[in-house]
Every structure is written in C-alpha cells, then in structure tokens.
Design a protein around this ligand. Structure first.
Ligand code: FAD
Length: 307
C-alpha cells in the first residue's frame, strides 16, 4: 500500500441532526488523520431515509472511484450495515464489521481493525488489503471527548439522484415500528436487562414490569436477541448499544466480554444469576445468586408495597 489518503466517515442525518455514532466516528477519523497526515472527510448522506440503500451505494461507488479514499468508516446502524455490506459486495472490498477499535499503522500506511472473535473470548486484528478499507462500529465505542466535531470541514455531500436504470429497489414509504418507540435505551437511567436465562419472550414481561415500576426501560444480551425473544434494538454490547445508566440489572446474563463492554460503565450493576461462577459477578457491584423467575417477582412485590 502506498500513500495513505483520506478517511471517509458515513454521516447519517436523522431529523436534521447527525447521529451520535457518525459524530463519534468523525472525531476518531480526525485523530487518525492527524496521525497519518491525511484528511477526515464527513460524507453527508442527505435525507437518507428517503432513498433506498441501493441508491446510496451507487452514489458512494461513484464518489469512491472519483476520489480514492484509503478508508471508510460506518456506524453499525441498520443503514450503515446495509450500505457498507452492499458497497463491499459491489466493489469487491474487504470489510471488518462491529469493530471495537481501529489503529493507524505507519509501517504499512494502513488501518488495523480490532474486533471480537470466538464468542468474544479473543480479539482479532484485521488487516484489509483492498481500498478503501471498510470498518463498522457501534455507538459508544469512541467518545466525543469535550467537543462535538463540526461536520462542515472538508465535507462531501452525496448526489443521491436515483438512476432509474440501475436501481432495482425503491423506498416507497418509511414506517416507524411503533413497538420500538421506547428502544432508546442509551437514555434510560435504569435498565433491567435480560439474557438467555430469561428463558422465553414471555419471560421479558416480568422484566418490563420491574422496569416500569422503577421508571426505567428493558434491555437485552445478544443471547436473548438471537433467541428471537426481543428486538435487536434493545441489545447491549460490542455489536449492540453502549449504555451507562445509574442502575443496570443483569438478569440471566452470563457476562461475556462482548456484553460487558457495552454496560461496564454503568454506575451500579446488580446481577441476578443462578451460577455463582458467572463472569457477570466480576463486574457487578451487587450480586444475587438465584433464579430470576423467583427474585424478580419478589422485587416487584416489594416495590408495589412501598409505592
Ligand atoms: P448465556 O451465555 O447463555 O448465559 C445465560 C446465563 O443465564 C448463564 O450465566 C446462566 O447461569 C444464567 N441463568 C440461566 N437460567 C437462569 C435463571 N433462571 N435465573 C438466573 N440466571 C439464569 N453479546 C452481547 O450481549 N452483546 C453484544 O453486542 C455481543 N456482540 C458480540 C459480537 C461478536 C463478534 C461475538 C462473537 C459475540 C457477541 N456477543 C454479544 C455474544 C456473547 O459472546 C455471548 O454469547 C452472549 O452475551 C451470551 O448471552 P447471555 O449471557 O444472555 O447467554
């Protein structure tokens, strides 16, 4: 690989505001640009919700062929995942998904992506030999530090005029899932999170009741999401959301590293688990060794009596 060129960041704009993950990635890209003597370019995707991912991929492909950036960073959002994966397929580019860090390597003039592997027990360093190198990241992996980065400096706005001949799928209407109206778990001050130990989708009803009594929200591990008991929008962890509530209840969650990276900075962590050796107890401030199906109803009863 020769000279290291620009680092592009896919800026998702929702209701006229850049998404937090886009701002975090832009701040990180500016750090990497300083180290590599290159530029961080915010690639602004106007009214993304009005265009199909295919339209965006076509526009990005044309822009990449024109400017040859060295790297392209995306948020692990539904749109970011779809567009980055589509771009990777269309342009035959390597992609490192759901990374937990990215490092500039001066020796190779490239980026090295770090991501969990083997169920989060190991971290792999991923080197991509196609250009641009593509990486995706969740919200909260990088922090904004003091300042919100301005998105105008060096910005490039995509021309999203759709091409009738090449675009096969067209976005007809954007319908928000009413059931996900409360999935903004990053803002909850109390989270009652459930894992595979909850046992079923119905098992989450009791967690919901506890969360409601405490004025909080529910959340989940990937174990529970993979079982199909709860939507991915509630997932906490390396490939989910990063949360820092005042109180985090981890109910029937083992405490695997990819989960813990998303909740370890919670002010108080209370774990409920039948297995005294579960790693969640290593990060918990308070631990209850017991069956969540008995403990949670008891907590609910106590709260009802005290209200
Ligand atoms: P399990 O590991 O199956 O644990 C269930 C726990 O429940 C056990 O500790 C058990 O003792 C306990 N239990 C069972 N019954 C009861 C009961 N009645 N009462 C109380 N306790 C009970 N995981 C995430 O959570 N978020 C991520 O973002 C994420 N990203 C990942 C990314 C990659 C690349 C990889 C490889 C993995 C990722 N994972 C993620 C998966 C992660 O490694 C674990 O597999 C997952 O967190 C396990 O979920 P769990 O703790 O709910 O399930």
């Amino acid at each position: 690989m020769g000279k290291f060129n620009d680092i592009w960041v896919f800026m998702e704009i929702s209701e006229n505001e850049p998404k937090l993950v886009s701002l975090e990635l832009l701040a990180k890209a500016r750090e990497l640009a300083d180290e590599s003597g290159s530029r961080a370019i915010p690639v602004i995707c106007p009214n993304a919700s009005e265009h199909s991912p295919e339209t965006i991929i076509c526009a990005l492909k044309a822009a990449i062929e024109e400017d040859s950036p060295s790297a392209f960073l995306f948020g692990s959002t539904p749109l970011g995942r779809e567009v980055s994966a589509g771009l990777s397929a269309v342009m035959n580019l390597g992609i490192a998904s759901d990374c937990t860090n990215v490092i500039y390597r001066e020796s190779n003039a490239d980026l090295l992506f770090i991501r969990p592997t083997f169920d989060g027990k190991l971290y792999a360093s991923v080197s991509l030999d196609t250009t641009p190198q593509i990486g995706t990241f969740s919200t909260g992996i990088f922090s904004l530090k003091e300042n919100t980065p301005d998105i105008q400096t060096n910005a490039r706005t995509l021309n999203l005029a759709s091409d009738e001949n090449t675009v096969k799928a067209r976005l007809v209407k954007f319908v928000e899932d009413a059931g996900l109206a409360d999935s903004n778990i990053e803002e909850a001050s109390i989270l009652v999170a459930g894992g595979r130990g909850v046992g079923s989708a119905e098992g989450f009803d009791k967690l919901r009741e506890l969360a409601r009594l405490l004025g909080g929200n529910i959340a989940a591990s990937r174990g529970a999401v993979d079982e199909g008991w709860i939507s991915r929008d509630y997932q906490v962890g390396a490939t989910g959301k990063t949360v820092t509530p005042k109180i985090y209840f981890a109910c029937g969650i083992s405490g695997a590293v990819p989960h813990v990276v998303g909740m370890k900075d919670s002010e108080t962590i209370i774990a409920i688990n039948t297995d005294p050796a579960a790693p969640i107890f290593d990060v918990a401030h308070y631990g209850i060794i017991g069956d969540l199906h008995k403990v949670i109803p008891e907590l609910i009863e106590i709260l009802k009596q005290t209200k």
